[in-house]
Design a protein around this ligand. Structure first.
Ligand SMILES: [Zn+2]
Length: 467
C-alpha cells in the first residue's frame, strides 16, 4: 500500500483550472487539494513531502496512440512495452493506450491476448488497448461486443495499406454499424490507400525512390477524400468517428464541416505534424527516411491549420503515434525504394515537452495544453476522471513540471530505444522533474526510480463525449 505524499506550493494546472494548491495523496489516489498556505493545506501531513514551489503540478500525460513492438514491413517497432513506457514516463506521460492487432483470418481475441502477453509485467505506467480490426466478418463483429464489455472500447480501421490492414467501405460500414449499437468508437486511418498504391507504383517506375517521394504520393487530397468518405459512412451508420493523425489542412476542413453539422466526429493530430514538415522528409541522402510516417509530413503551410484546429476544438487530441524504427537496420530497409521504409516516428517521450513549447510559443494556452494532452484523450477513451485530471478520488498520476528549465532534445539523452531523434537539437523550455504513477515515484529529480510491472492494464468505459 502506498504511503501518503504531499506536493506543496505548486501551481496545479488542469484542463479547467489553475490554482496554487497543495495536493494530498493517499493510497495511490488524490485525497484532497487545498489552497497553499491555508490551515487546510497545512493540516496535510505525510512522510514524503515534494516541494513544487515555482513549478506546475499537472496530470500525467495520456497518450492514446502508441505502437510498442508493432510488426510492420517485416520488422518490429523498436520500443518494447518496457522501454517505451519507461521513456513515456521520462517525458511526463503516465498512461498509454496501445493498439492490439488482429491478424487477418484470426479472431480479435487472439490478437488481444498476444498484446496482453507483451505488456503484462513490463510496463512502468498504466496502459490500455484499442483493437485494430483488419478483417471484418460475422465473428469479429460479435467479438467487438464482448471487447467493449471488457474495456476495449475503440476499434481502428484502415482505409490505407491494401493487403495488410485495409478495410473496404463495406467492411468499414459494417464495423461502424456494430459500434453504433455497442457503444464502441471507430478510429480511422483516413487515406485512400488504393489510389496511393497506384501512385507509389508509378513513382517507383519513374525512378523516384527517395524518402521525399513517400510524402509526394500520399497526397493531401487523398487524405481529405478518405476523411470525407469516413465521415459519410459514419453518418450512414449513425456512429461516432475519431480520425487519427490528421495532417492536412483540407482534412481539418472536413472535420470542421462535420462538427458544424453537429456530428460526433473527432480528430487527433500529432507533434510531428505540428513541428516537422516535408522539408525534413526531403533531407539530403537517405536521412529523410527518419521522417517517414503515414499520414506523411506535409508542407509547412499546413501547420497553421492544425494549430488553429487545436484552438477552435476542430481537433481535440494530440497523441504521438509513437512507432519507432532505428535508422540503422530498420529505416534502411527502404534504401532505393521509399515504399519499403518502415512507417513511423519516435515521440512518446517528447509530446508533453513539445506541447509545453507550444504554450511558450503562444499557439495554445496552458489549460488547453492539459486538455489536449491529458483530459480530452482520457474522456474520449473512457478513462476520465481516473486519468487526465487532478481532483479528489482520481489516480495520483501527477507530474511536477519545471516551466523554466531549458533542454535540448537529442538521441544522446532520450530514453526511447531508437538510434535517432526526430527533433534532434531542438531547444525547448520546460522539463519534467518528478513523475508519480498512482502515488508511486517513477521519475524523481531526473532519475528513473520506477519499475517494469508497476503499470497495470486499465479497462476503459465507452467514449464520454457521447452521453
Ligand atoms: Zn498509428
Amino acid at each position: 500500500m502506498s504511503s501518503r505524499t504531499v506536493i506543496r506550493g505548486g501551481l496545479v494546472v488542469t484542463a479547467s483550472d489553475e490554482i496554487h494548491a497543495d495536493v494530498l495523496i493517499e493510497d495511490g489516489r488524490v485525497a484532497a487539494l487545498a489552497a497553499s498556505g491555508t490551515p487546510a493545506a497545512e493540516s496535510f501531513t505525510a512522510p514524503r513531502v515534494l516541494d513544487a514551489t515555482g513549478k506546475y503540478v499537472i496530470p500525467g500525460g495520456v497518450d492514446v496512440h502508441t505502437h510498442m513492438e508493432m510488426p510492420f514491413g517485416g520488422t518490429y517497432a523498436s520500443d518494447t512495452f518496457e522501454t517505451g513506457t519507461r521513456a513515456a514516463a521520462w517525458g511526463g506521460t503516465t498512461t498509454i493506450v496501445d493498439f492490439a492487432v488482429q491478424s487477418v483470418g484470426r479472431p480479435l481475441r487472439e490478437g488481444l491476448d498476444a498484446w496482453h502477453a507483451k505488456a503484462e509485467g513490463n510496463c512502468a505506467i498504466d496502459y490500455g488497448f484499442h483493437m485494430i480490426v483488419s478483417d471484418v466478418n460475422e465473428e469479429t463483429l460479435q467479438e467487438m461486443d464482448l471487447l467493449v464489455e471488457e474495456g476495449v472500447t475503440s476499434f481502428k480501421q484502415f482505409m490505407a495499406y491494401p493487403g495488410v490492414f485495409y478495410s473496404d467501405d463495406g467492411q468499414i460500414l459494417r464495423a461502424m454499424q456494430r459500434a453504433s449499437a455497442n457503444g464502441g468508437l471507430i478510429m480511422m486511418h483516413a487515406e485512400n490507400g488504393i489510389a496511393i498504391d497506384v501512385l507509389v507504383e508509378q513513382a517507383l517506375a519513374r525512378g523516384e525512390t527517395d524518402p521525399r517521394h513517400h510524402g509526394e504520393v500520399r497526397k493531401v487530397l487523398l487524405e481529405a477524400e478518405a476523411t470525407h468518405r469516413a465521415i459519410q459512412l459514419a453518418r450512414v451508420a449513425g456512429a461516432p468517428l475519431y480520425v487519427v493523425h490528421v495532417s492536412a489542412e483540407e482534412a481539418v476542413a472536413e472535420l470542421a464541416a462535420a462538427r458544424d453539422k453537429g456530428l460526433h466526429v473527432f480528430g487527433e493530430t500529432c507533434p510531428q505534424y505540428l513541428f516537422l514538415s516535408a522539408d525534413d522528409l526531403a533531407e539530403p541522402g537517405f536521412d529523410g527516411a527518419k521522417y517517414v510516417c503515414s499520414t506523411p509530413l506535409r508542407p509547412r503551410e499546413h501547420q497553421a491549420a492544425l494549430w488553429r484546429g487545436l484552438r477552435t476544438n476542430d481537433l481535440q487530441v494530440v497523441s504521438t503515434d509513437h512507432c519507432p524504427f532505428c535508422f540503422t537496420g530498420q529505416k534502411e530497409l527502404g534504401r532505393g525504394d521509399f515504399s519499403k521504409i518502415p512507417n513511423g516516428l519516435p515521440g512518446v517521450e517528447n509530446r508533453m515537452d513539445l506541447l509545453h513549447q507550444a504554450v511558450v510559443d503562444g499557439h495554445i494556452g496552458r489549460r488547453r495544453w492539459i486538455e489536449i494532452a491529458c483530459a480530452t484523450p482520457a474522456r474520449m477513451f473512457g478513462l476520465y476522471p481516473k486519468k487526465g485530471t487532478i481532483a479528489p478520488g482520481t489516480d495520483a498520476d501527477i507530474v511536477i513540471y519545471d516551466p523554466h528549465a531549458e533542454q535540448v532534445i537529442s538521441a544522446e539523452t532520450h530514453h526511447m530505444n531508437v538510434d535517432y531523434s526526430a527533433y534532434e537539437g531542438k531547444r525547448v523550455t520546460g522539463r519534467v522533474e518528478t513523475v508519480l504513477s498512482r502515488g508511486e515515484p517513477v521519475v524523481e529529480d531526473h532519475r528513473f526510480v520506477g519499475r517494469a510491472g508497476h503499470g497495470v492494464y486499465t479497462p476503459r468505459s465507452t467514449c464520454q463525449y457521447l452521453s
